[in-house]
Structures are given as C-alpha cells and as structure tokens.
Design a protein around this ligand. Sequence first.
Ligand SMILES: [Zn+2]
Length: 310
Amino acid sequence: MKTIGIDFGGTAIKLAVMEDGRIVNQTSIPAFARNGLKARLADTKQAVLKIAGDQGLKGVSCVGISMPGIVDPVRKRPVGLIGKYEDSLEMDLESWCREAFGLPMVMEMDSKLALLGELHYGCARGFQDAAMLILGTGVGTAVAYQGTVLKSRHYTAGALSSHIIIDINGPDCICSNRGCLESMASGWALERLVKQDPGYEKSGLSGEETLDFRVLQKWYERQDPAAVRVVRHCVKAWRTGILNLIHAYDPEAVVLSGGIMNFEGLYEMLSEGIQDDIWGCCGSVEIRKAKDPENSVLYGLHYLCGHPGV
Ligand SMILES: [Zn+2]
C-alpha cells in the first residue's frame, strides 16, 4: 500500500511518500504554525507533488494528516489546538485533499499516531498496553490498551498527560494552568529555563542566537554548568511524566519519541533506575526509545491510512 503522510508539527511540516511500511521519499518545510494552516496549504501541496516524483500520485491510496492537538478522527477535524494552526478548527481538510490530490484522507492527533507507528512498525511491536511520551516543541502523550489507542468522548483520554501538573507553583502553561509537565520542560519552555538559570550570563548559552536542544547538547557536553543544570531539570521533569503515565495507565511499555530523543545519552538518563520508583504492583515496565524518533508520526499515518477507524 502506498500513502502520503503530512505531519503538521509545531516547528516543521514533515511530508513523506510511504509504501508497505517504509518511507520511500520525504522532505520538510517550515511550519510557521502561529500564522495558521491556510497560509501553508499551497506550499504543502507543492512539496507533496515534488516528493511524489515522476510517478506522481499513481498508486497512492490515501493521505494521512497529523495535527498537533486534539482531533475528532470521525469528523476529521481538529477540536483542540493552542497557538498552532488555530484556523484549522474551521477548515475542511478532507475537501482540500480531494481537490489537491484527488485522494481520501484520514486525520489523527500527533501523539496517538506516534504510538500507532511504534506499535505496528517500531519499538513497541509485540506490546498490547503501551504509553507514549513524545518530546518536541511541546510534549505529547498517548495510551493504548489491548493494541488500540484509547478513545473517549472528547478524544482526550491519555492525550493530555503532558498537562498533568507536576509543580503547583510552577510556570504558566499554554493551557492556562501552571506547572504542567509541558511548561516545566519542553522545546517551547527551554528558552525560559536557560535564561532564568543563575549562571546564564556566564554560560556559553548566552552567546547563542537560538536555544534548542541541539545547542543545549553542545554546551552540556562541554560541562557548561548552566547547561548541565537545565538538562538535569528536564530529565527530572520527564522522568516524573513517565512515572505519572505508568501509575495512571499500567502499561507494559513506555515509548519515548520526538526530535529531542536524539539528544545523546538522554534515553539512559530517563530510563536507568526508574523501575525503583514505580509502585511494585505495576510489575516491570519496559522503557523503549523509538528507532526513528523524528518519524514515529509518519509511520502512524501510514498505518492509519490502511486501517481507518482504529
Ligand atoms: Zn498545561
């Protein structure tokens, strides 16, 4: 089966042609997600046609769309987005796919897709009950029971665990609460974390134009004290998130994915010794790292195209 995957992320729009569980060709374009989705549709269409190559869309059966927020997969509409592509709440993307590509479309939330991708093509194959923590611009979560991603009346079950409050006096979050996991440690929280560190002025990080986890890794490896403190803080926050997922949902495995998982050594810092902090009756829980952390969502889109309604 040949499909097109479009992952509308917070920082980049990732696009791929996929066939029989493999990425055949892929590219990405900047998201400018705050400016809305409508403004990006023309470039998205052009990028899809470019990666489709000489064969065009011949043989492609479906377009899968991922959104960085809560999605109603039946109506194929996002229903909860904050600060990213907010205009898409009112858009009919199914019609756009018909007009732009002449193809049917499926839609789901990014974190649920990442979990689907890992369950069927990635590091969670063989597990039935699994949870996902996806570390990127924001933090995404999802939970599957008996091989199926949780469904609930407002599509939020398991999907809002990054807004579980881990510090009641913590920083403001985009969701209007404070001290949520995502506000304590995420791509968008990093600049604040670095700049409020007491050693920031003397740190190599103060000379950097952009602050992302690649830059943080560079200074962490040089043992820059501010960088080391920020990394330790993020690890503590994300380990708390992993424990919260385990204690709330009793999974056999927790999968860690998203671009930040390319940070060298992060998987070990998040997983080593964590079993000691889990309630004994939860049994042993596998902590796995996605094989291809940047592309878990695209694999999930490929699976969903072949199994709409899962
Ligand atoms: Zn929040």
